[in-house]
Write a protein that binds this ligand. Structure first.
Ligand SMILES: NC(=O)c1ccc[n+]([C@@H]2O[C@H](COP(=O)([O-])OP(=O)(O)OC[C@H]3O[C@@H](n4cnc5c(N)ncnc54)[C@H](O)[C@@H]3O)[C@@H](O)[C@H]2O)c1
Length: 430
């Protein structure tokens, strides 16, 4: 596994748990040393136990030697990052191509090179041409095997995936990969074999569709607020239609994370290259960019435009629960903006303080949830961690005037009003 991040580490550990010998490789030596010492670089439920177990029984090892590790391997999974290009909107594929250049020295026998990273359609062709410059074509096969795991549920998603997509026309590679995944297929995972380009595009189309679903319900929530309708009723009413489904149909802050924002932008760039207009996805990106501004506008309304010196507490800053990932979290837009307007911000997140906010003078991390929300003017529930779902606000608030803005609709507006709590939520009339 080349690239030991959220995808490479989880997939590597799970493959080793299925009985394979796995080397997780990364160019970040500190990460590799930490892993060798049993320190897990990311927060992912259940990961630590699985790493320690498989490391101890020697099916899992860690290395920063890319070429040497590739030489020892039959299957090489590329799991490095494909972030948005600096100053652009397409995917930066430099990490992918660097790996291809590094491993081509190590192809001493037939090897399958598999991209697990999310890469634009036709990247596999480019990898193949990079490898061909040094190796004979019969010595390797390039396959696309996009990863669909969700951070926070990554291990479960890897072991019980809805589907496994293998993009290759090479019969030998297909057979080997189907065999690798057979323990998951026998537990019910659907296996599909497509062309390499189709597999690459399935990943982008899936992520763009999920981003569209979230954005759709967020816009419907805006209409609900104006018409006195509860958006939760709409989500249930729509979700029960099996053609629609209830997942990803809950309104809240703008979607964030390491995938949807970059992947929706990248597919537009790819489509432009192929002279195709993806107008729906373009609208989704625009609407999502407006989302944080819209929720901030709501904060100003709630606070009657008095933000300077007000104490505002954020519960959760990661883009979703059960992960420490801050990439493209909407808190990265909201907190700096409120801080610029003179608010004094405290935040609590179960995964600890975040370096993203260190440069702001009036933004502080609270070690405890309790400390974060006592004596504050406004509590913003930003991330749906379980820790925030059963708070006793009545008992907690020393300041009786404290307002709650629940961006995840964790609480019943009716119950909050009955308790006399100044409560606002998303897509509801109060
Ligand atoms: N994070 C997710 O939930 C998720 C889910 C599905 C797919 N993906 C896709 O998987 C890919 C990886 O995502 P991630 O979140 O795991 O990224 P990440 O940033 O957490 O990890 C990438 C790792 O690759 C390492 N790396 C970079 N260049 C290297 C090289 N030349 N040799 C060895 N290591 C190198 C980096 O040091 C880093 O540790 C991306 O394309 C992403 O879109 C991510």
């Amino acid at each position: 596994m080349i690239g030991t991040g959220y995808v490479g580490l989880v997939s590597g550990v799970c493959f080793s748990d299925l009985g394979n010998d796995v080397i997780c490789v990364d160019k970040d030596i500190n990460k590799i040393n930490d892993l060798k010492n049993g320190k897990i670089p990311i927060y992912e439920p259940g990961l630590e136990e699985l790493v320690l177990k498989n490391f101890k029984n020697k099916r899992l090892s860690f290395s920063n030697e890319i070429a040497a590790s590739a030489k020892k391997s039959d299957l090489i999974f590329i799991c490095v990052g494909t972030p948005t290009k600096k100053g652009g909107s397409g995917a930066d594929l430099s990490q992918i191509y660097n790996v291809a250049k590094e491993i081509r020295k190590s192809i001493n026998k037939f090897k399958i090179i598999i991209t697990k990273s999310t890469v634009p359609v036709s990247t596999g062709d480019k990898i193949e041409s990079i490898l061909s410059k040094r190796c004979k074509k019969k010595m390797f096969s390039v396959v696309s095997n996009p990863e669909f795991l969700r951070e926070g549920e990554a291990i479960r998603d890897f072991i019980f995936p809805d589907r496994i997509v293998i993009g290759s026309n090479d019969l030998k590679s297909n057979k080997i990969l189907k065999n690798l995944y057979s323990p998951l297929i026998s537990k019910g995972a659907k296996y599909i074999n497509t062309s390499r380009r189709a597999a690459e595009l399935i990943k982008y189309a899936s992520n763009s569709f999920l981003a569209t679903k979230i954005t759709f319900i967020n816009e419907i929530a805006n209409l609900c607020e104006k018409t006195g309708v509860n958006v939760d009723d709409i989500s249930i009413g729509m979700g029960l239609d099996q053609r629609i489904g209830s997942r990803f149909l809950r309104s809240g802050p703008a979607y964030g994370g390491s995938c949807f924002p970059k992947d929706t932008k990248a597919i537009i760039t790819t489509a432009n290259k192929f002279k195709t207009d993806l107008s729906v996805i373009k609208s989704v990106i625009k609407s999502n960019e407006n989302r944080s501004k819209l929720l901030l506008k709501r904060v100003y309304e709630i606070m009657k435009n008095k933000i300077r010196n007000k104490k505002i507490s954020f519960l959760g800053v990661t883009f979703k629960a059960n992960t420490d990932d801050m990439r493209d979290s909407s808190s990265l837009k909201m907190i700096p903006e409120l801080s610029k307007k003179g608010a004094i911000i405290r935040y609590y997140d179960p995964t600890g303080s975040k370096k993203n906010f260190k440069k702001y003078k009036n933004v502080f991390y609270s070690k405890s949830l309790q400390r974060c929300i006592e004596k504050t003017d406004l509590v913003i529930i930003h991330t749906e961690w379980n820790d925030f779902k059963s708070l006793n606000f009545k008992k907690t608030f020393k300041n009786k005037k404290t307002i709650i803005y629940d961006m995840r609709n964790l609480y019943s507006a009716k119950k909050m009003n009955q308790l006399g709590i100044n409560y606002f939520s998303v897509g509801r009339s109060s």
